[in-house]
Write a protein that binds this ligand. Structure first.
Ligand SMILES: [Zn+2]
Length: 333
């Protein structure tokens, strides 16, 4: 099912008449930016802060906040979107999403990312009534946030390698047409990288369409194989070990570059594409630090095995500290 069916390239001003019986989940910056268009007041307002399951559960039981609420609206970045999805799912209420920046594919996927004891899990199944893609709102977010959104598409590069490998090594089913169509997403991204960099109308539209297509391909594959592999697993390891979360798109990009290098899978081409889109993956390199990244690379295999994640090249042999160091040197060069 292609989620583009729910997308409306419209102003969020259309949500004003719906706010009266809505619980609005926001992140503060998005709420501030949206106030130029959203002039009505919501029935309830919840500030998205964390995807920790305990925090989310507390929200579902705050009876005052739910009085008279007939719909959940999520407005903001990935955390606000995933919080809204989780709450709508748990409460069995209709859902509307309005991403304030296209930083992740979360507005278009049907499960909610939740953290349990620091480990990421995808829960629930929820389909929105509508996904508002308001270009003017999205353009109020810092440009680097929107550019970084391509991380969940660049991950196709390393994920497809892992999928094929899983087919060859452990006989996992592999779908060649789906893999080829997934790879073509990267091609189209490359063709229009200048629009992504500019965060113009064509760029926002392209990113929306490619996210929707990627989500549809995953649903046809019956797994996130076309988009998620060792690069995401590496990031989950890093976030688990450091107890921190990083800007998802830029962090996935960094992890995809490291994984592509270690896979021997055209890392230079991937880096050229990431640079053309203007992804600030180097900022994550500094933020996380070399030591934490090496530790994550070295122990990603153990994390993947413990979590019983799908098979990737990470499971084959442990990455040595020397090899991890070499990959980091390459990203930096
Ligand atoms: Zn992702």
């Amino acid at each position: 099912m292609n989620p583009i069916r729910w997308v409306r390239f419209e102003s969020i001003a259309a949500l004003n008449p719906l706010l009266d019986d809505a619980l609005l989940v926001v992140d503060p910056q998005a709420w501030f930016a949206a106030r130029s268009w959203l002039t009505a007041n919501p029935r309830s307002l919840i500030r998205a802060e964390s995807l920790d399951e305990g925090v989310l559960d507390t929200m579902t039981t705050a009876d005052d906040a739910w009085r008279g609420v007939r719909r959940v609206i999520g407005l903001g970045g990935g955390t606000a979107i995933d919080t809204a999805k989780y709450l709508a799912w748990r409460k069995g209420l209709p859902l509307i999403l309005a991403p304030s920046a296209l930083t992740v594919d979360a507005p278009f996927t049907d499960s909610a990312a939740v953290r349990r004891a620091g480990r990421i899990h995808y829960l629930g199944r929820v389909f929105p009534e509508a996904i508002y893609i308001d270009v003017a709102l999205i353009q109020t977010a810092p440009a680097h946030l929107n550019r970084g959104g391509v991380g969940d598409l660049l991950s196709i590069h390393t994920a497809l390698y892992d999928w094929k490998r899983a087919h060859e090594r452990i006989g996992e089913p592999y779908d060649d047409p789906i893999a080829r169509q997934s790879a073509s997403i990267l091609q189209r991204l490359g063709d229009q990288a200048a629009d992504i960099y500019a965060v113009n109308k064509a760029g926002v539209r392209l990113l929306t369409e490619l996210f929707c297509e990627e989500v549809e391909l995953c649903s046809r594959a019956g797994s996130s194989r076309p988009e998620e592999g060792s690069e995401h697993h590496l990031l989950y390891t890093l976030e688990y070990q450091t107890g921190r979360t990083y800007l998802h798109g830029a962090a996935v990009t960094l992890c995809a570059l490291l994984a592509a290098y270690l896979q021997g899978n055209a890392p230079d081409a991937l880096r050229a594409l990431a640079d053309a889109c203007g992804v600030e993956y180097r900022a994550v390199l500094h933020e996380a630090g070399e030591e934490a990244l090496i530790a994550a690379l070295v122990s990603a295999r153990d994390y993947a095995l413990e979590e019983q994640l799908p098979y990737t090249f990470l499971m084959e042999k442990p990455i040595t500290p020397e090899k991890a160091h070499e990959a980091l040197q390459w990203v930096r060069s």
